[in-house]
Design a protein. Structure first.
Length: 319
């Protein structure tokens, strides 16, 4: 199969981003997602014509609002599906910081940051999390009375926060492992966000774990390798020490777990929770589903989730 090729338009005039344009939404999405595919960005833009959208993306890349990291392009060049991941460019980073007020350090050179992407597995995981972010954003835009608060807004409106890399929140957790020893290891979710009910401004804080069916259920040493159980115990500590309330002001939270694996993988993860963490945290705070169900359903209102007790749940009550 011939290697995919890409071309960039030569910028001929100043490119101005209007505050209410889809260009702004696309640029902001690449910030929140780190990487996003053409399909994901087109859904955010709300445009039907792929050829017109591709032309506009090339224009954004030419003006360095967006970037197409070479490593990401080469990974998918020979595949049956070629998602062509896009990232934030140097001009786009300045726009997000100066015009949108997003927290981007002036010292970060985004073009160099994109060139440093090396791990194919990590890129696939980033795109999986990006799919969840885009689906929550587009779905909540369709639900009257609710809106999405991305990580940056959650942090900006919170009493305090400890951040890793500007997009991930690190909880300083501790837990007792299978060997009886006590360990301190930070718990970092793939995505932290809120769903706000506009009528009374009440918010539900959620974390998302996107499972690529590769992480082990347990390990001998939780300090050397992450595992399903290590995350479970970390979240149990977050609950028991009320870290969500201390850091973000929310009285509670729910953890969403989406696996690209089968029902067997999902149920095995629930079993790990029931065997080792169920006595430490209420089971209804952990919600599990498969990517197949998540991607093909109304994940907000349909009971596609199983909680830690094995009971079917839905995120929002239908009105």
């Amino acid at each position: 199969m011939r290697r995919a090729t890409f071309s960039f338009e030569t910028p001929t005039s100043e490119f101005v981003i209007k505050p209410d344009s889809w260009h702004r939404r696309v640029i902001e999405t690449t910030y929140h997602c780190r990487l996003a595919t053409i399909d994901q960005l087109q859904r955010v833009a709300g445009l039907r014509s792929r050829s017109d959208f591709n032309k506009s993306l090339r224009n954004l890349c030419s003006h360095r609002y967006l970037d197409r990291p070479e490593i990401a392009r080469s990974i998918y060049a020979y595949g049956t599906e070629r998602p062509t991941p896009h990232a934030l460019g140097d001009v786009g980073a300045r726009y997000c910081r100066d015009s949108l007020g997003l927290p981007i350090p002036r010292t970060v050179q985004w073009g160099r940051k994109n060139r440093e992407l090396k791990d194919a597995g990590k890129i696939a995981h980033i795109l999986g999390v990006a799919e969840a972010k885009v689906r929550f954003q587009t779905r909540l835009n369709q639900v009257q009375g609710y809106r999405l608060q991305q990580t940056a807004e959650v942090i900006a409106t919170s009493p305090a926060a400890t951040m890793i890399g500007g997009q991930h929140v690190s909880f300083p957790t501790q837990f007792t492992w299978l060997n009886g020893k006590r360990y301190r290891r930070s718990t970092v979710s793939d995505w932290l966000f809120r769903i706000e009910r506009i009528e009374d401004q009440k918010t539900l804080l959620l974390t998302l774990e996107w499972d690529e069916d590769t992480e082990p259920y347990t390990t001998k040493n939780p300090m050397t390798k992450a595992s399903i159980l290590q995350k479970d115990l970390g979240y149990a500590d977050i609950f028991n020490r009320k870290l969500v309330h201390q850091i973000f002001g929310n009285t509670g939270f729910q953890r969403l777990f989406v696996t690209t694996g089968t029902d067997n993988r999902m149920r095995a993860c629930i079993n790990v929770f029931q065997q080792h963490a169920a006595k430490l945290i209420p089971g209804n705070l952990f919600l599990y589903t498969t990517a197949a169900r998540f991607l093909s359903s109304d994940f907000l209102h349909e009971p596609i989730w199983l909680d830690g007790n094995g009971q079917q749940r839905q995120l929002l009550q239908s009105t």
